[in-house]
Design a protein around this ligand. Structure first.
Ligand SMILES: [Zn+2]
Length: 77
């Protein structure tokens, strides 16, 4: 496999409002176009990311139901 991470690895620049190539320092990453600090992902993607994470704990409740359903299936079989 070729190392394409240089081209694929991009971060979101709030100034450019886009995913950009960046310069990484040990503590921060900077946009190569405007030298502003870049983020791992856009606020929109971040919200989606957190939203998807928030869904996980709810599955615990569903697990109980799934167990009940599985028990019912076992009983039926
Ligand atoms: Zn920028």
């Amino acid at each position: 496999m070729n190392n394409n991470s240089f081209y694929n690895d991009r971060k979101f620049c709030p100034c450019c409002q886009d995913y950009v190539a960046y310069l990484a320092s040990p503590t921060q990453s900077y946009c190569v176009q405007c030298a502003g600090e870049v983020r791992i992902m856009s606020p929109e993607d971040w919200a989606t990311f957190n939203h998807n994470r928030a869904k996980s704990p709810r599955r615990k409740g569903k697990t109980t139901k799934a167990k009940t359903a599985a028990t019912q299936v076992k009983t039926a079989v």
